[in-house]
Design a protein around this ligand. Structure first.
Ligand code: ATP
Length: 339
């Protein structure tokens, strides 16, 4: 069982600038008072009432913490500590100070295929390690693939955000409808039993985008994207999905002949398309953030204007209205999707 320290996080860490935000709180830079070392503090609001949409279940945080504690790998963000107060849990994580991988690439004028392969190799190494422990990430997307630092010419990949990750136990059948439309596997949408192979689907989509700057299943709307994924409209030969380990041994990642090495260095990725894709992705992320804030403001105004003394009950009602025919988690994730 993960230990959540009951002490006040501010007694040990000075809280600094916001590094990013997610659905359930913010990630801020924090400075350890005793050593001066900087970390990232992920502040998660804990849900008070089961049917409320505000905050995250404590059990989900426990799962994220347990998974992070299991994973010690150079390409996976490390968890240092966990603090808990009445209303929130704070995860003290290794500070990942580089940009998102896609933003780093979009800044460049040119990227050789061999450089793209080096990044994919590191992603697969982190993922292969997780899979060897029967843990699936289930939310692989460009926003969750970061670089260790801004200074080194060849920064390391760091996989972040284990909020949807799951550790499989022997014989367990696990289903989930969470994810981001552009990157989720058909079995997620179809509510079928999942496995670590679902991550490999996302890897396929990310690699495709990285090399071509085009998103293979992207439709006009999220619904269209999901339909394209289920229809599996792509022009590849039918074959089983490879594991991370098999990918690492494929000649594209690990060339055997001189010709294979030369091919990787000859071709570059399509920067024009890639920059266009990334600009659109960032725009969509900002748009969704504004949308989410507006929704929160509207909800607050709605509660203020009513005389009903039980606002949490109203929260439950509005949850039901909103999610009529769609799984809540998928809907929630869609707000942050960049399809
Ligand atoms: P989401 O709702 O999108 O799943 P979340 O609430 O689970 O998000 P994260 O994705 O873990 O939160 O973090 C949100 C953002 O904070 C990230 O996109 C990233 O920009 C930043 N971030 C997260 N972890 C770190 C870290 N260890 N170091 C630096 N920045 C981080």
């Amino acid at each position: 069982m993960a230990v959540f320290k009951p002490e006040n996080v501010e007694d040990f860490f000075e809280i600094g600038e916001v590094l990013g935000s997610g659905h359930f709180g913010q990630v801020r830079q924090v400075r350890e008072r005793a050593t001066g070392t900087c970390w990232a503090g992920k502040f998660l609001k804990i849900r008070k009432i089961a049917c409320s949409r505000l905050g995250v279940d404590r059990s989900s945080v426990e799962r994220e913490v347990e998974i992070l504690q299991t994973l010690r790998h150079p390409n996976i963000v490390t968890l240092k500590d966990v603090f808990e107060s009445r209303a929130e849990v704070v995860l003290i994580l290794e500070l990942v100070s580089g940009a998102e991988l896609f933003d780093f690439i979009a800044e460049k004028d040119n990227l050789l295929e061999s450089e793209a392969i080096e990044f994919m190799k590191q992603i697969l190494e982190g993922l292969g390690f997780m899979h060897s422990k029967n843990i699936a990430h289930f939310d692989l997307k460009p926003e969750n693939i970061m670089l260790s630092d801004k200074v080194s010419p060849n920064p390391n990949i760091k996989l972040i955000d284990f909020g949807l990750a799951h550790c499989f136990h022997q014989g367990e059948e696990y289903r989930s409808s969470s994810g981001t439309p552009q990157y989720i596997a058909p079995e997620v949408i179809n509510s079928e039993p999942l496995s670590t192979a679902s991550d490999m689907w996302s890897i396929g989509v990310i690699t495709y985008i990285l090399l071509s700057g085009l998103s293979p299943f992207q439709g006009e709307t999220d619904e269209d994207t999901l339909k394209n994924v289920i229809a599996m409209k792509y022009e590849f030969f039918e074959r089983d999905r490879m594991t991370a380990e098999e990918c690492l041994l494929h000649p594209w990642i690990k060339p055997i002949t001189r010709k294979q090495v030369a091919n990787r260095n000859r071709s570059s990725i399509n920067m024009k398309n890639f920059k266009k894709f990334n600009a659109r992705r960032k725009w969509k992320m900002s748009f969704n953030m504004v949308l989410m804030c507006n929704r929160l403001v509207q909800l607050k105004l709605l509660y203020k204007g009513r005389s009903d003394p039980d606002p949490l009950q109203r929260q439950c009602e509005s949850d039901t209205e909103d999610t009529e025919s769609k799984p809540t988690s998928l809907l929630r994730r869609r707000l942050s999707s960049s399809s």
